[in-house]
Design a protein. Structure first.
Length: 396
């Protein structure tokens, strides 16, 4: 990792700059304070920040005590983090609030030390001494991107996310293979190798050789919802699907919308730009309607139940909004679960505070899902890779 490079950002006290031009004061202060805590090595997931914003909307930002307890209740998750949280709150929040009412607010220099630049390592970019109050925040742009919601990504962040997703490993528990491999001991003799070894000893099988069944990777099947309701997340999730197809054997990819489209061949290219372009040309119902039940029926009839999903790990990436009959979706999910090794549903809306699977499609599918996980950020995709690798062996 390159040395941290401080960048000085001058802002008036009480008005921290967060880059959200249309955000409310409470939202700007909440996001900025969350960045301070992350820079202090505290774990602050995006869901906690959203709850903090909601809390500030109820208690306001005028009273220090109300703001403190709103932040502590939503942003602190471990008792050992309280001391560090209190210091960060006192340094950042109190100093900012004390100067809000001043006629000429005091200028505070916030120095952001990032991990991805190597120039200007001496602190102030101007090189001039400065006696203004200074607050130094250290953060990694990659760490911020890991927890950022896919819906807020720009094109540059999508490309960086693509590079990070290629580092993920999608290796589930192996399955028993019909092919045999050599073993030091076992119950199945390797007659061919034993007889071949006996030739050198005058036909006497002095040494015996054994075999045992080998292991092989389980097939991974990815079903990506590309309907209109998934538009904010489908672009990033398509890059995740490409990383899985291009980096692992025995992966199949399909898109779900008003129809089912197989895109394995299009995403098999190592060049992400070419792969995504080919997949976009192949999928004709991008940002259209959703018929999850009919798409799963088509998948089960043509591929899944016939063999592709048998003993495989099947991952459905969808928000669960379905315009079709929920009983059809429930029936097809039941068929799919009976033949799969593990059935995982990834929903980017699960992180939303107060979320409940009330959509008809999601409610119909959930009883047949083995793992229900989040899918709104890079960190959630890393957790998904962990779930794929560590699913319990509930079926042989």
């Amino acid at each position: 990792m390159s040395p941290a490079n401080p960048r000085a950002v001058h802002t008036r006290a009480g008005h921290p700059s967060t880059g959200h031009l249309h955000a409310t004061p409470a939202e700007r202060m909440a996001v900025t304070f969350a960045r301070v805590l992350r820079g202090a090595s505290l774990q602050v997931p995006i869901g906690s920040v959203l709850m903090f914003v909601e809390a500030l909307g109820r208690v306001g930002i005028a009273e220090r005590n109300n703001v403190y307890w709103a932040a502590r209740a939503t942003l602190v998750h471990q008792p050992e983090d309280l001391a560090l949280f209190d210091r960060a709150f006192a340094v950042f929040w109190d100093q900012a609030r004390e100067n809000v009412a001043d006629e000429d607010p005091e200028i505070i220099t916030i120095t952001l030390a990032t991990d991805d630049d190597s120039d200007n390592e001496d602190g102030d970019p101007s090189g001039e001494p400065n006696d203004d109050p200074t607050l130094t925040l250290r953060f990694s742009s990659v760490e911020v991107l890991r927890n950022k919601d896919f819906g807020a990504y720009d094109e540059a962040e999508l490309e960086l996310a693509q590079q990070l997703m290629t580092r993920l490993r999608f290796a589930g528990p192996p399955r028993r293979s019909f092919r045999l491999r050599s073993a030091s001991r076992g119950s199945r003799p390797d007659l061919r190798k034993t007889l071949r070894g006996a030739i050198s000893s005058g036909g006497e099988p002095i040494r015996r050789y054994w075999q045992e069944p080998g292991d092989r990777l389980r097939r991974l099947v990815l079903l990506l919802d590309v309907s209109g309701s998934m538009e904010p997340y489908a672009r990033a999730m398509l890059r995740f699907v490409h990383a899985a197809v291009a980096g692992r054997q025995r992966v199949e990819a399909f898109s779900l919308g008003t129809r089912l489209t197989r895109v394995t061949k299009e995403l098999n290219s190592r060049d992400p730009d070419q792969a995504l372009r080919q997949a976009s040309e192949r999928v004709q119902d991008w940002s259209g309607g959703t018929r999850l039940g009919e798409c799963l029926r088509h998948f089960n009839d043509e591929w899944g139940v016939r063999g592709m999903a048998r003993g495989a790990i099947v991952v459905v990436l969808s928000d669960g909004w379905d315009r079709g009959d929920p009983t059809v979706l429930a029936e097809q999910m039941c068929r799919l679960q009976r033949v799969t090794y593990d059935l995982i549903w990834v929903n980017p809306l699960k992180v939303t505070p107060g979320y409940a699977p009330l959509a008809r499609g999601m409610a119909a599918a959930l009883p047949y899902v083995d793992h229900f996980v989040e899918g709104h950020s890079l960190a959630a995709m890393e957790e998904l890779a962990t779930v794929i690798a560590g699913v319990s062996a509930r079926r042989s």
